[in-house]
Design a protein around this ligand. Sequence first.
Ligand SMILES: [Zn+2]
Length: 319
Amino acid sequence: MPTVETVQGAVDADELGLVLVHEHVRFRDDAVAAQWPERYDEDAEFDAALEAVAAAKSKGVQTIVDPTAMFGGRDVRFMKRVADQTGVRIVACTGIYSYDHLPHYFENRDVDAMADHFISDIERGVQGTDIRAAFLKCAADAAGVTENVEKIHRAVARASVQTGAPIMAHSMPSVGTGPRQVEIFSEEGVDLARVQIAHCGDTDDLGYIEGLIGSGVYVGLDRYGLEMYLPIDRRNATTAELLRRGHAERLMISQDYCATIDWFPPDAAEAFMTSGAIRNWSMTLVFDEVVPSMREQQVMDDATFQTIFVENPKRWLTA
Ligand SMILES: [Zn+2]
């Protein structure tokens, strides 16, 4: 039986059980948090993470895949505390979450040097611990696949080829980043069956999504609750149609929930709720509203549920 690295060590892949494949127990800027730690309430962050993960656990979730990378405040010790206290496994990543910016450190080092950092996280351990990263993360957003973004993608790809670790790539369907991201992975010799293009559910352009699925990758319908990108009824219509068309084995359903996130001051975060830009965003929304809707539309029986929340994450995480 293949094993998967979690923040509590390696487990048999079969033990992962029910998986939420894209959630963040905390999201904050690495540099700001390091320079002005007093601006953050670590106890409150920890409590929020516990609350969110416990809620997911109450829906049967046994494992959370947390793709928080560099620039998202990745902290595997924090993740391990959350896993220890909740009894929910957390799977950590390595990689760089940037839409373009790179520190001079990486600007002046080549792709292979960057990849070596990722490989070290996968083979030896992260942040001075023996906790190993299980997958690789990169991102392309509104700016598209810039030179720096391409460099990160190639480094992630080379680390994947060398270690066998799978890849999750943040994408932005509104500017069509997905196909170029897949193309780079393909050029670098990555097994596309180990690639997950996240945030494809931000569009209901079925042709775009099916084009990606056709290349052999997984697609993330993983931002349920973020109405600003696409409201839930349109997300559900897309998910239902993809299921009707027989794509269950390529879909990843999640919420990209952040138990805490420092991107906005508190009043702006409040305004997102009241304006409806965010609605019922949580680590349980897919079980509260999405699965019931799919069941009602008769596109998700027990076997399909198992495929999406158990088998697909397991298959993606293992060779
Ligand atoms: Zn995310």
